[in-house]
Design a protein around this ligand. Sequence first.
Ligand code: URA
Length: 485
Amino acid sequence: MTRQITIPRIGAAGAWRDAARDLLGAGVPPSQVTWGDSETPRGLFDTDAPIPQARALTVPRSFIPLADSVVWHADPERFARLYGFLWRLREAPHLMGDRGDADLARLRRMEKNVHRCQHKMKAFVRFREIGARDATRRSFAAWFEPTHHTVEPTAQFFRRRFADMDWRIVTPDISAIFENGELRFVEDQPNPDLPEDASEALWVTYFRNIFNPARLKVQAMQSEMPKKYWKNMPEAAAIPELIAEAPARARAMAASAPTLPPARVGRVQAQLQDLASAWDGPSEALPAAIHDCTRCPLHRSATQAVPGEGPRDAELMIVGEQPGDQEDLQGRPFVGPAGQLFDRVAKEAGLDRARAFVTNAVKHFKFVPRGKRRLHQRPNRSEITHCRWWLDAELRQVAPRLVVGMGATAAEALTGSGADILKRRGRIETRADGVKVLLTAHPSYLLRIPEPQTRLREEAAFRADLARAVAWLSAEQTGLSPPGV
Ligand code: URA
């Protein structure tokens, strides 16, 4: 006998979560559950008897936002897919971090589709005024046809933005109605057949003005603003005509423009010249020069630049990716969680951090704000290239006998390629200028591994790489043949 779980169209996220929690707690496997909405026909052997409660279970925290998005997807199997994956998570919570898992990959794609649909809704809903203009609260309505069931999760955005007016977004699915500060959802509203209003002409004029015929890329435009939304957007009426006129308008613009050297050539030439040059200040001025760096945009949001630290004649140089949140605040490399892990494993490998010069490929912290947190972002190729100026200056100054590069960004900055780190690790590569480099994993990578066994294994490999660096340095010093060259 299977259990029939009916998820209402309104409040689906909470209803699915409650049902999934009860089923999981009672140990009901996915094969014994059929999920549906109020219109799903019942099977012959379905029951909706109460679910006996057994035990409370915890789920990985990152599953919650995933489920909260996927429940709004149009796929009729969405509830079952989520529960199937949740069931697997009971025994294997690390699956949330397994990028190779096909079920998770599908759920992530569904999550992305829902987010994209929410984004389209925020951008393409067009309200028309339906109430009297002199009413205490003005009143608007919009008809919208979302691909997924995104009215409910997106309504809070409109509530915040249009808190001082009444509005309704009517869709073929459910509709959001905001009246006198109260938001509610209703099912099956008819298309309100909205009258045109004064804002139509404004939208068309605005769109005509921002349209640049020389930049027209029809495919890109249609993927950003798919045709299915056009019929409810006043400005879309102008699109066919603007596309048809675009080539002639672009030719006319080109013909009337003065002949100038291509606009970016000067800037590109200056950049190339800059990259070919080298910092040639006195060595004691290097940290201060790094502090003043404005070579790429990262300096604008970071608290400060973090130069390398350690003895100027160190035999070993350690290169990480970029300062993290703690390093950015304290102005010192590797003092946060990744630094603590590095310090511990280095000690176990016989590597004395105090005798090494520790630095990063990129000297400013790159992040995106998320509430009160700052989430690390990987530096891009241009940022790595610009910052190599400083890394090269540190390399010339310290002239280490061996450099340990941790992670793909350090590998790219040191060797020109960040590829295949895990295949290249532990070997000593010799650069064209003779600098010896040993690549290994980045300690933050170890911190992100959720599964304890895998983490221990990776930590052991990291420790072995650091021990190899220490062994290589001492073998070279004693005249024994250094391993791995
Ligand atoms: N990660 C890095 O790559 N460098 C630091 O300094 C800290 C974290």
